[in-house]
Structure formats: C-alpha cells, structure tokens
Ligand binder design. Sequence first.
Ligand code: GTP
Ligand code: MG
Length: 240
Amino acid sequence: MSRKKAVKGKGSSKSPKASPSSGRDGGRTGKGLAAAAAPSSGLVYPSRPSISNSGEFYDIAFKVMLVGDSGVGKTCLLVRFKDGAFLAGSFISTVGIDFRIWDTAGQERFRSVTHAYYRDAHALLLLYDVTNKASFDNIRAWLTEIHEYAQQDVVVMLLGNKADSTHDRAVKREEGEKLAKEFGVPFMETSAKSGLNVELAFTAVAKELKHRTMKEPDEPKFQLQEYVDQEMRTAGCCRS
Ligand SMILES: Nc1nc2c(ncn2[C@@H]2O[C@H](COP(=O)(O)OP(=O)(O)OP(=O)(O)O)[C@@H](O)[C@H]2O)c(=O)[nH]1
Ligand SMILES: [Mg+2]
C-alpha cells in the first residue's frame, strides 16, 4: 500500500456535483466526491495510484454517506469538516485513502433515491438533531432502513448534532448513548456550528475503514467507540 504521491493545495479542490439526491441545499456535495459511483464492491483499488477529484492520489477509496432527517445538519457537518479539519492534513492524507463523502437529502420524498446509494457505502454517519426529538425518534426507522439496504458490514456511527444548542436541547446525551448501545453502534455528540467532535467523527470512521482493509490477521480489531472515548478524554471532552 503506497502512500499518497502528491498533494495539491486543498484550496484548489472543486468537487463536481454528483450528489445522489438534492434536498434544500440543491444537492451540495462533499469532499472528494466521486463523479461516478464506485464499483459494486465499493472498494476502489486502482492498478496504480489514481487521482481523485480533489487532485490527490490515492490507493483506496471509501464511500461514506451522511444520513438522517431533513434539517439535522448533514450538509453543515460536511461543510465544517471539509473547510476545517480535513484541510489541515490529517490521518487520511497520510495513508493515501480517498474518503468520498456523499451528502444525502433527509426529506422523505428523496428517500427512494438515497436507498439506491446505500448498497456500496462503506460507512454511514447517521445524524439526529439534539434539539429535535422527532429526529431522534426516527433513528430506529433509519437503522431499520440501513439494515435493509446497506451492506451487512457497513460501519454506522450515530451522531447527535447541534450539541451547541444547550437551551433548545430536547434529547439528553444519555438517551443517545443508550440508543447507540442498544443497536451496538458508536455514538458521539457533534456541533457543525462550534466544530465539536466534527473531525473526530470523520477520522474515527476513516480509521475503522482503514484498519479493516489493512489489518494483519493477528492484529486485534479496532475498537471505534474506545478510540472515540479515549480521544475525547485526551481533549478534555470537547474537541473542535
Ligand atoms: N445550532 C446549530 N445549528 C445547526 C447545526 N448544524 C446545522 N444547523 C442548522 O440546521 C439547519 C439545517 O442544516 P442542514 O445542514 O441544511 O441540514 P440537512 O441535514 O443537510 O438537511 P437536508 O438537506 O434537508 O436533509 C440550518 O439552518 C443550519 O444552520 C449545529 O451544529 N448547530
Ligand atoms: Mg442537506
């Protein structure tokens, strides 16, 4: 697995619009978004390092999707990540992995379109809004949908977004933790507004995907939730 061969200035990145759906944001797209869908296996192993839309070389591409009710902050989270942490050059840029993130529309009327894109997703960031109880209650339905349409081994992470909105909070952190435990998925609260845990959410998923692909047979499994908890402890609970 060779490392990334060259990196152009991140600021030069201009992702084409190829979102699987278009919500209120008109289908704004994310970092390194693929112009064409990945092959059905999902994993992209170019015979030689290929160049991504952002002008970076990579050996493997992972497809990550942001899902959840309309208005929970999917697009904002992606924009925050894309314009912040990722630009600083992180874990992802050092291992030569293209991390393609697909922003989806949460509106019901686009749901059937989104389903079609679950199949080859490697990871799903499932968001609810901590100020919107209904978006939290709908998480069960989202998880059912994910089980139905996504790959069995898809990495799912539950994110309670808008954690900055302390006055309007309608869902306690403990409730999010409990639900995540029930479904055996990692969980954290985020804020696209303040940046809380945004980088951590994406890098934790990237680490899990990288580990799965590159791990030696006798290497222990990457513990995503443990990693997240450890990182939050190290950062004194609130990363931005
Ligand atoms: N306070 C606060 N507001 C947020 C946060 N993230 C998003 N918002 C606001 O929530 C609203 C919806 O955000 P979007 O990112 O467009 O939501 P979405 O999930 O992409 O919605 P759809 O595209 O319709 O599925 C916007 O008004 C944002 O400003 C956050 O972390 N904190
Ligand atoms: Mg959106």
